[in-house]
Design a protein around this ligand. Structure first.
Ligand code: GLU
Length: 476
């Protein structure tokens, strides 16, 4: 018997898509129109570095333009290739649709190991890549709006925004050409933490769903649940930090490039993060057990497994040994189509990537809106809200005094009630609302339809239905 082979990432996404559309009644042709990637642009450009010319290969793929601009990050990684970028662009289409961010799907990538270059070199390379994309309208506030992804962050987004401004000096909305910028360069508060925050809000919502919990064979709340996180980058770090500091989860395993750390009593996420920052990896960290074979820690007996690094890490070779009853896909595509089948058979509940990591693009949407409206959220209302609350507090205190001061408000309540919401509170509230609504849309299909037995298929059904509706509205 030959061993089954793993499909490519894009094929894996297509297989999951096909499983869902088989349950839908789409007009002939529309199904394929939605599934295929509309266009992928490949660029090879040279940058003069270290006394010579170095050539780099980059991509920007547009999966669906049923809504514009199209949206999706740009990653810097040696693993970048056309298949990967197209798979990620497709996931962006479904993700935006599911969380009702009014965008089509896109993704970009540059084949580079950013750790090999210093800041100045990276700036030259990023600006040159941005130049190539801008001149073809593949970065544009109305058409295509990138964001951070693996290997990129605020700094790269600031360079891209500045490059766009230099090339489009009269575009009053120029700063909206990219999201995930630093707050001093048109960014929004809460964007950096957003994907991790979304992981937290998504899990909180799952734990409010008694039928979902039952399907995973779980009970109770997040408090005391054991969690293994793979990848302590931006997403994994924030997710692990919030889950441990705010929800009472125990981070019993952290998997990184050079191995993993385990501690059944829970690892200190901040301490591990700063150890990695100063030592380049987890090896040698004093307060936990070091495991050289990091991937083996994915198979730990824990409540929640959070793969927050690369695609394809749970695959045909290890799926049957995964013990966690719940997987939260903080990364894009961490479970292959083959592994998904095995896990579904076992009854593992998988909260799919297009939902689990949608916090990033959701807050990107808020940033884009902020940029287009040229005003910070809360600037007009905050003090007015505080003044109205003050009126209520003053009146209650007057009444209390009238009744002989028999009761009084606790200072803590007063302080919290009086404070008007600033940008960060509004961003978090909008994100929480988005994650709750999207979960409920997905869970309704999961629980109500007899032919749907997993959240991923449910998520695809909700997402594809909305994309199809927007094509129909255009008369296609
Ligand atoms: N790169 C992130 C993702 O995969 C964010 C995309 C965005 O904000 O446009 O969802």
């Amino acid at each position: 018997m030959s061993t089954p082979t793993e499909p490519s990432f894009r094929e894996s996404v297509d297989m999951m898509f096909n499983r869902a559309v088989a349950l839908m009644d789409l007009p002939p042709g529309l199904e394929e129109k939605i599934r295929v990637c509309n266009a992928t642009y490949t660029v090879r450009f040279g940058v003069r570095l270290r006394g010579g010319m170095q050539t780099f290969t980059g991509y920007r793929s547009v999966h669906s333009e049923h809504m514009e601009p199209v949206k999706g990050g740009i990653r810097f990684s040696l693993g970048v290739n056309q298949d990967e970028v197209e798979a990620l662009a497709a996931l962006m289409t479904y993700k935006c649709s599911l969380v009702e961010a009014p965008f089509g799907g896109s993704k970009g990538g540059l084949c580079i190991d950013p750790r090999e270059y210093d800041d100045h070199e990276l700036e030259l390379i990023t600006r040159r890549f941005a130049y190539e994309l801008i001149k073809r309208d593949m970065i544009n506030p109305a058409q295509n709006v990138p964001a951070p992804d693996m290997g990129t962050g605020e700094r790269e987004m600031a360079w891209i925004a500045d490059q766009y401004k230099r090339m489009n000096t009269t575009d009053i909305n120029g700063v909206a050409c990219v999201t995930g910028k630093p707050t001093n360069a048109g960014g929004i508060q809460g964007r950096t933490e957003a994907t991790g925050r979304g992981v937290q809000y998504g899990l909180q919502e799952f734990f409010r769903d008694s039928r979902g919990l039952q399907k995973a064979g779980m009970t109770g709340t997040l408090d005391g649940k054991t969690v293994v996180v793979q990848g302590l980058g931006n997403v994994g770090y924030h997710a692990a930090k919030f889950l441990s500091e705010e929800d009472g989860c125990k981070i019993v395993g952290i998997i990184e490039r050079d191995g993993a750390l385990t501690d059944e009593n829970g690892l200190n996420v901040e301490a591990v993060r700063s150890w990695i920052a100063s030592h380049g990896g987890v090896r040698g960290y004093p307060d936990g057990t070091y495991v050289e074979d990091g991937a083996a820690v994915l198979e730990t007996d824990c409540d929640i497994l959070v793969p927050a690094a690369l695609e394809g890490v749970i695959n045909l070779s290890n799926a049957d040994r995964i013990k966690a009853p719940l997987i939260m896909e903080a990364a894009n595509g961490p479970v292959t189509a083959g592994a998904d089948n095995i896990l579904r058979e076992k009854g593992t509940v998988i909260i799919p990537d297009m939902y689990a990591n949608a916090g990033g693009v959701t807050v990107s949407y808020f940033e884009w809106v902020k940029n287009l409206s040229h005003i910070r959220f809360g600037r007009m209302q905050r003090r007015q809200e505080e003044a109205r609350h003050q009126l209520v507090v003053d009146e209650l205190e007057r009444l209390s005094h009238h009744l002989g001061d028999k009761w009084s408000m606790t200072p803590d309540f007063k302080e919290k009630y009086l404070r008007g919401a600033g940008e960060l509170e509004l961003v978090r509230s909008g994100l929480d609302d988005t994650m709750r609504a999207a979960y409920q849309a997905m869970a309704a299909v999961w629980h109500e339809r007899d032919d749907v037995d997993d959240l991923r298929t449910a998520a695809y059904l909700v997402a594809i239905e909305k994309v199809a509706a927007s094509y129909r509205a255009k008369g296609l």
